[in-house]
Every structure is written in structure tokens, then in C-alpha cells.
Design a protein around this ligand. Structure first.
Ligand code: MCN
Ligand code: CUM
Length: 800
């Protein structure tokens, strides 16, 4: 190297740093079938547990006879609600300060509710045991939607609760009512829309499960479980079950997807723990597919009454929203505690609207607990869907071009920081640019011409836009907590003497690729090649305390902690470097992978040499070792932006619609790993497409769940999934140490409205303002043939 060389820094892409599309290291084991999922865990002496679920949606339990189950050889234990009640364990608290039955005592309140469980030598005997239990039910009237729930003579579902005179589970209000009323009074036009976002289910390929192992001799409880938030579970077990926290170990092994399904605590987990304590043997519970689809993880099921106050020139003056959400029998939403309907009030965050008012009501029905959130920051998916559907309806009512209407109302680049209509603070974005990139990529003007031409020949082409920003990264400790525990996250980094490193965080990947991307942040900050950094998550005995992975909070919070802990390590390494270089610390500069003497760039030491010195040659008085941890409390949420544009063709004879093209422009700030980000977007769009096109879970009038298997609840395969055309815009997050914003859920949140808007645009009729998802061919055909809206959960004419 010559003395004139101005940098000896490592090539960041070559070492797998930020911006490298590094292949996902975890895929090495996943695609070879070598993952270690919950059902792969086998402990010596393990017993198996099976849940008995209610066939009825609403019924009083008159008697339970377990004697025949006990008579089966190999059946070890049968537990019922009555037995749980004697230990005061029949009910458990939910994340939303409600209570939920662990095993039913008085009544069953939804089809599929857990009534009893059987622990046996193998899973088949446990199932036989369940079949042998005799239960006498007295059926009660069933409620399957908010209209029925709010009827004057409706039976009260939650008669277990004091002060519960009806089926309202909460009411909530946010915004400025008077200012909004004034805006509506001043409007040239008011655009209204009624919508339903149907129930959907995250349906990860791996269902839920747990293996509890209580060891009486050490008093230690180890639980392997499918959880996205192991530390919260440990805290819950310690605080609620009053077991000593230091004797509890929660291990979340490889997860076969989560998508929100693995945030809550379900009765199965609780029962396996109790069963292990009672039997003093490890007890495994593996949920089957139907159990998963009918009892856990439901999302959405929200009705909207929306209104926009408009000025003739297209400016939105005010927004009014009322939502009725169907929470099922227990209010068990996964959400930060203060916001009764998740973050529904993130609606219209991307738009500059002076006045807004939202009222929300939640109701109990005889359905499994809902609102668990499926790939969304809590209720953000509904918020953005409602917003983008209202925006399209308003543009149509004004006779204004969709894109132009958005351009008039989107927040401008120089308006940041921007106070959203419902009070959040957004800090950065280039919304108009994203829209332009999208319109350019899809060829907007050309498509409008083609559409015109095609229409003359009876062909229905349509284009749908969805532009949105969503709050990702819950959250700062001032505003966000879960059951009182403040939201922040953590990372711990150990650099070994040879310069290899071990990184642990309080997050928990369910497939997002943390093992790959966290190492890239370390590489970026320290110049240690990513392949020299091993990442571990999910074991409460080893990982630092953290709030887990949901709401795409890992990059915004734990990812920030990774950067911060790396910087702490670098600060110590600098002292070691000065010692090795025999200069004062002030004379030492950093470039990727090495420190050097400012006056002589060629004279330097690598980060690996500093690491070795930390164990073999530290200056006098310095604490040995090169390890640290960081707890990160973010100053704000991160606000990624997306512009999704779909073009479709609808067949007027059959109502079948095909996606012609789909353009996605995402701005999630600085991208750690562009390929992983693109994978997240493609996966999210596929889920969005499924919800818009084919997926729903509904209930008949008796509360029977329709959609309890993959014959009825459809998952899109590569075969029917459209191709996605991805584009990027980068607006670094101003408060995140590496400028990153979350991305994990954007496409699922913003995607659905693009499809629905496109189909409605293709139909192009003032009489068809809405078709509720999923846009099944018969619903689309009905809308075209009858020239009317098709609203409500399919099948449309049942249950109401
Ligand atoms: N990333 C990046 N650059 C950014 C932002 C993110 O490279 N600017 C990378 C991250 O390093 C991470 C991935 O993209 O590897 C997603 O990051 P992030 O947006 O922080 O989201 P989380 O890691 O917190 O993941 C949670 C999010 C949620 S809440 C759901 S639900 C969801 C999703 O991720 N579930 C998933 N994506 C999923 N993907 C898979 N395969 N499986 C799931 O269950
Ligand atoms: Cu909202 S589903 Mo994700 O937050 O686990």
C-alpha cells in the first residue's frame, strides 16, 4: 500500500455490511429440513396433551363426565375448567385488560373454545381421551355480528363479568369533534362510505405449540413455545402465576412463521405448563390446523362508517370515522395498552387534513377472540384500508383523477415533522416522489388510454392506487407499554478474542431473517465480516430482556440497539487501538474495520487486533474483555411510506378478475439487506392479494366457523400469485441510528386497497361504490349485473 492511499477501509458490501443482499443464513437449515421447530423438540419422558373444543358457539355447560377418558390405558390426566377453578386458574388476563377462559367453566362462548384437556402417553391416546369425555350442553342463542350483539334483547355473552350490562366491550374516541363538525359544515361535498374488513387469519405454516418441563427437584420451569415475545411470556408467568422469574426459562425455537398468530398467550400454553407441574413430566401440546384456524389468531372484522368533507378543488377538509369491531368472546387483542382499537387512529397519517374525529366501539360476539393482528401494527391494516378506500370514493365523487386527488392531499416533503389528523408525529418521507415513481412505472397515462379503448370493446380494465404511511416500531416508553411494561428493546454483543462475535437481541425472528440482517449492522458498525457474527434470539436465559417481534418493531427498536451496542464496543476498541498504536485516543480515527493514526493513515490496527488486545494486552487499569449491551428506547415510531398500484382486468361475464401488473414503491428508509426487504414486500403483497381475492373466515347463523381448513381458507400458491414489480425510494429515518424504518408489514397493510380500488375502477359505475373483500367472482358478478354494492362478510345473506 502506498502512502498516498486515502483509505484502507474494508469494502462494506464484500463483508456483508449494510446494503449487501446477503443470502439468508438461516435458510441453510430451513430449506434443508434441518430447522428446529417446536414439534422437533423431544424431551425424555414426555407426555402429550390434546385439547377438547366446544362444538357449539354459545351454550351452558351442564355437566362434564371424564370417567371414560380416564379408563383408557395411557391416559394420565384429564383437566376441566372446574378443576382449574379450584386453583383459581380457570381464567387468565388478556393483553387488553380483559379476562379469557383457559378452560370453560360456566358457558362456552365460541365454537372451538377449550373445554377440557387430556394428557396421555402419546398424542393419539390423548385424542381418544378427548373423544371419550361426555359433556352435556344447554344451547343458548348465538351472536355472530355487531348488529345482533347490540340489539336490545341480545343475550349477554360475558355474564361472567361484573358491570357488563350488554355486549359492548369498549367505546373510544379520539380527535377534535368540534373542529371536525366545522369542517363538515364548510364542505362543498361530503363523501361517505360503509365498509367491512372481514375476519382473516395469519395461518402460519407451523401451528402453535409448547412443551413445558417442570423439574420439581430444581424448581425450574422450562417452556419451549411458539412465541414471538418470549420475555413477555416469562414476565406474565412470573407476575400472574406468581412463579419466581429466575426459575422460569422460555425458549422460542425456530418458528415456522408467526404473522401475529404467535403474540398472544393461548390456553394450550397455559395448560401444558400446569400439566407438567401436576405430572412432573414434560408435556407437549401441538395445535392441529383446525384448532389453529378456529380458535387462535383472528384479525380484522371491523365495520366502518366513513365520511370525508371535501372542497371543490379536491382538498380534504375533515374526516369522520366510526368503527364497530367484532372482538369475539374475549377482548384479547395484541396491542399497546392505551389504544383501545389498536392504532386505528393512524388513519390518514399520510394526508394533510386539518380536522378529524374517530369514534370506535368494540363488541363481544360468539366468535373466537379477534383483533389479534395479522401482519399489521395492531389495527393499522384496517386503518389504511379504510383510508385508501375512502380516498378513492371521494375522488370519484368529486369527478377527480385518483392520482391527482392524492397529490393534492398528501403531506409535502417540507411539512415534516407533521402532526397527523389524529395526533401522531411523522418525521420524514417523500410521498409525492413515491407516487410519481409508481405512476411512471405503471405508465399511468398510457393505461388510462388503454382502459378507454378497451371499454369501447366491452373489456373492463381498472387501475387502483394505495398510498399510505404506517406507524412501525412500537414504541417509545412514554407512550407504549404492554401490561404496564414499557416498550423498548435490547442487544448484547460479545466480541471474542479472535474477532468473531456473538450477538443476542430481545427480538425473535419468525422467518424475517434477523440472523442475517443483525450481523450486517454489526459489520457496518465494526467492520467485522457478517459471516463472523452469529445471532441468537428467543431464549430468555441467554438473550437480554426485550419485548419481542411484532408491529415490525425489530429493526426500529432492537436493530437500533444492535447499532448502539456496536458503537459502545467501538468506543472501547478505540482505547485499545490507541494503546496498540502508542498514540493518544484523540489522534485515532476510524474507517470501516480499522483504527489508524490521523497523521499517518497507513499506520493502523484492525478491529480484530483490538479484540485480541482486549484479552491479551489491555492498557493498565482497563477492564478486560470486549462485551456490552444496549437498551434502546426509541424517540418515535418509524413511518415508512408505500405506494402500491395494481392494474386488473375484470371479466363481466363471470366476475373473475386478473391482475395485469402490480407496482410497489416502498420507502423504508435505509435498507439493511435489500433482498430481505424485497422478500418481505413480496410476501406481504401475496398475503394482501389473498385477502382481496380469496380468503375469508366467516360464521353461519349458529356460529359454526366456515374456513376451518385449507380447503375453505385458501392460501395463495406461486401458481396464482401475480408477479410483483418493486421500486425503492430512500428517506432515512432521522431518529434511527442507521436511518432504517420498519418494512415487515407494509405490503400486507397497504396492498389490499390497491386491488379493491382497481376492481371498482374497472367496473367504473357510480352505482357500485363498494364490494367488500374478498372479491370473489360471484360477488363481483353480482355487483356488475345488479349494479349495486356488495357489502358484508360472505356469504352475504346469512347470519344477519
Ligand atoms: N429490514 C431491512 N432494512 C430495513 C427494514 C427491515 O433490511 N430498513 C429487514 C430486517 O432486518 C428484518 C426484516 O427486514 O430482517 C423485517 O424487519 P422489520 O420491518 O423490522 O420487521 P420485524 O423483523 O420486526 O418482523 C416483524 C414483521 C411482522 S410484525 C409480521 S406480522 C411478519 C413480518 O415481519 N411476520 C413474518 N414478516 C414476516 N416474514 C416471515 N417470513 N414470517 C413471518 O411470520
Ligand atoms: Cu400485527 S402481526 Mo406482527 O405485528 O406480529
Amino acid at each position: 500500500m502506498t502512502a498516498t492511499q486515502d483509505s484502507y477501509a474494508l469494502d462494506e458490501i464484500k463483508i456483508g455490511g449494510m446494503g449487501a443482499s446477503r443470502k439468508r443464513v438461516e435458510d441453510n437449515r430451513f430449506i434443508r429440513g434441518k430447522g428446529n421447530y417446536i414439534d422437533d423438540v423431544v424431551l425424555p419422558g414426555m407426555l402429550h396433551m390434546e385439547m377438547l373444543r366446544s362444538p357449539l358457539a354459545h351454550a351452558r355447560i351442564k355437566s362434564i363426565d371424564t370417567s371414560a377418558a380416564y379408563a383408557i390405558p395411557g391416559v394420565r390426566l384429564v383437566l376441566t375448567g372446574e378443576m382449574m377453578a379450584t386453583r383459581n386458574l380457570a381464567w387468565m388476563p388478556t393483553l387488553s385488560y380483559d379476562t379469557q377462559a383457559v378452560l370453560a367453566t360456566d358457558k362456552v362462548r365460541f365454537q372451538g373454545q377449550e373445554v377440557a384437556c387430556v394428557i396421555a402417553d402419546d398424542p393419539y391416546l390423548a385424542k381418544d381421551g378427548c373423544d371419550a369425555i361426555r359433556i352435556e350442553y344447554e344451547p343458548l342463542p348465538v351472536i355472530v355480528n355487531p348488529t345482533q350483539a347490540l340489539a336490545a334483547d341480545a343475550p349477554i355473552i360475558r355474564d361472567d363479568k361484573e358491570n357488563q350490562p350488554d355486549n359492548t366491550c369498549f367505546t373510544w374516541e379520539v380527535g377534535d369533534k368540534e373542529a371536525t363538525d366545522r369542517a363538515f359544515a364548510a364542505a362543498d361535498l361530503v363523501s361517505t362510505l360503509k365498509l367491512h374488513y372481514p375476519r382473516s387469519h395469519p395461518s402460519p405454516l407451523e401451528c402453535c405449540g409448547s412443551i413445558a418441563d417442570f423439574n420439581r427437584s430444581t424448581s425450574r420451569l422450562t417452556v419451549y413455545m411458539t412465541t414471538q415475545a418470549p420475555h413477555i411470556v416469562r414476565a406474565a408467568v412470573a407476575l400472574i402465576a406468581e412463579l419466581p422469574e429466575h426459575l422460569i426459562r422460555i425458549i422460542s425455537p425456530d418458528l415456522g412463521g408467526g404473522f401475529g398468530n404467535k403474540v398472544p398467550v393461548y390456553p394450550g400454553y397455559v395448560m401444558s405448563i400446569l400439566a407438567s407441574i401436576l405430572t412432573e413430566r414434560p408435556v407437549k401440546w401441538i395445535e392441529d390446523r383446525t384448532g389453529n384456524l378456529i380458535s387462535t389468531g383472528f384479525a380484522r372484522d371491523v365495520y366502518l362508517d366513513g365520511e370525508l368533507a371535501l372542497r371543490k378543488d379536491g382538498k380534504i377538509l375533515g374526516v369522520r370515522m366510526h368503527t364497530d369491531s367484532d372482538h369475539g368472546a374475549f377482548f384479547a387483542d395484541a396491542q399497546p395498552s392505551k389504544f383501545k382499537i389498536g392504532l386505528m387512529h393512524s388513519a390518514f397519517a399520510a394526508y394533510d387534513i386539518p380536522a378529524a374525529h374517530l369514534t370506535a366501539r368494540g363488541v363481544y360476539t360468539n366468535k373466537a377472540p379477534g383483533g389479534v393482528a395479522y401482519r399489521c401494527s395492531f389495527r393499522v391494516t384496517e386503518a389504511m384500508f379504510f383510508q385508501e378506500r375512502m380516498v378513492q370514493a371521494a375522488a370519484d365523487d368529486l369527478g377527480m383523477d385518483q392520482a391527482e386527488f392524492r397529490r393534492v392531499n398528501l403531506v409535502r416533503d417540507d411539512d415534516f415533522p407533521h402532526r397527523t389528523p389524529f395526533g401522531f408525529l411523522t418525521d420524514s418521507g417523500q410521498y409525492a416522489k413515491c407516487l410519481d415513481v409508481g405512476l411512471e412505472a405503471i405508465g399511468y397515462a398510457d393505461f388510462r388510454r388503454q382502459q378507454e379503448e378497451a371499454r369501447k370493446r366491452g373489456r373492463l380494465l381498472g387501475i387502483g392506487i394505495s398510498t399510505m404511511t404506517e406507524p412501525l416500531g412500537a414504541g417509545n416508553s412514554r407512550e407504549y407499554d404492554i401490561l404496564g411494561i414499557k416498550m423498548f428493546d435490547s442487544a448484547e454483543l460479545r466480541v471474542h478474542m479472535t474477532g468473531k462475535a456473538l450477538l443476542r437481541t430481545g427480538a425473535k425472528s419468525q422467518g424475517q431473517g434477523h440472523e442475517t440482517t443483525w450481523a450486517q449492522i454489526v459489520a457496518h458498525e465494526l467492520g467485522i465480516p457478517a459471516e463472523d457474527v452469529v445471532v441468537e434470539e428467543g431464549d430468555t436465559d441467554t438473550a437480554p430482556f426485550g419485548m419481542g417481534t411484532y408491529a415490525s418493531r425489530s429493526t426500529p427498536v432492537a436493530g437500533a440497539a444492535v447499532a448502539m451496542v456496536s458503537r459502545k464496543i467501538r468506543a472501547k476498541a478505540r482505547k485499545l487501538a490507541a494503546h496498540l498504536l502508542e498514540v493518544s485516543e484523540e489522534d485515532v480515527d476510524w474507517e470501516l474495520g480499522r483504527f489508524y493514526v490521523r497523521s499517518n493513515r497507513a499506520q493502523g490496527v484492525s478491529i480484530q487486533q483490538c479484540a485480541m488486545a482486549a484479552y491479551s494486552n489491555m492498557p493498565d487499569g482497563m477492564e478486560p474483555g470486549l462485551e456490552g449491551n444496549a437498551y434502546y428506547d426509541p424517540p418515535n415510531l418509524t413511518w415508512p411510506f408505500a405506494c402500491y398500484i395494481a392494474t386488473v382486468e375484470v371479466d363481466p361475464q363471470t366476475g373473475v378478475w386478473d391482475v395485469l401488473r402490480f407496482v410497489a414503491v416502498d420507502d423504508c428508509g435505509v435498507r439493511i439487506n435489500p433482498m430481505v426487504v424485497e422478500g418481505q414486500i413480496m410476501g406481504g403483497l401475496t398475503e394482501a392479494y389473498a385477502m382481496a381475492n380469496m380468503q375469508f373466515i366467516t360464521f353461519d347463523a349458529d356460529g359454526n366457523c366456515i374456513g376451518s381448513n385449507f380447503m375453505d381458507y385458501l392460501l395463495p400458491t406461486a401458481w396464482e400469485t401475480p408477479g410483483w414489480e418493486l421500486h425503492e425510494v430512500v428517506t432515512p429515518c432521522p431518529h434511527h441510528p442507521i436511518g432504517a424504518k420498519g418494512i415487515g408489514e407494509c405490503a400486507t397493510v397497504g396492498g389490499p386497497a390497491a386491488f379493491v380500488n382497481a376492481v371498482l375502477d374497472a367496473i367504473g359505475s357510480a352505482q357500485v361504490r363498494n364490494i367488500d373483500m374478498p372479491l370473489l367472482p360471484d360477488r363481483v358478478y353480482d355487483a356488475i349485473a345488479q349494479q349495486h354494492d356488495v357489502s358484508g362478510a360472505p356469504p352475504v345473506n346469512q347470519g344477519d
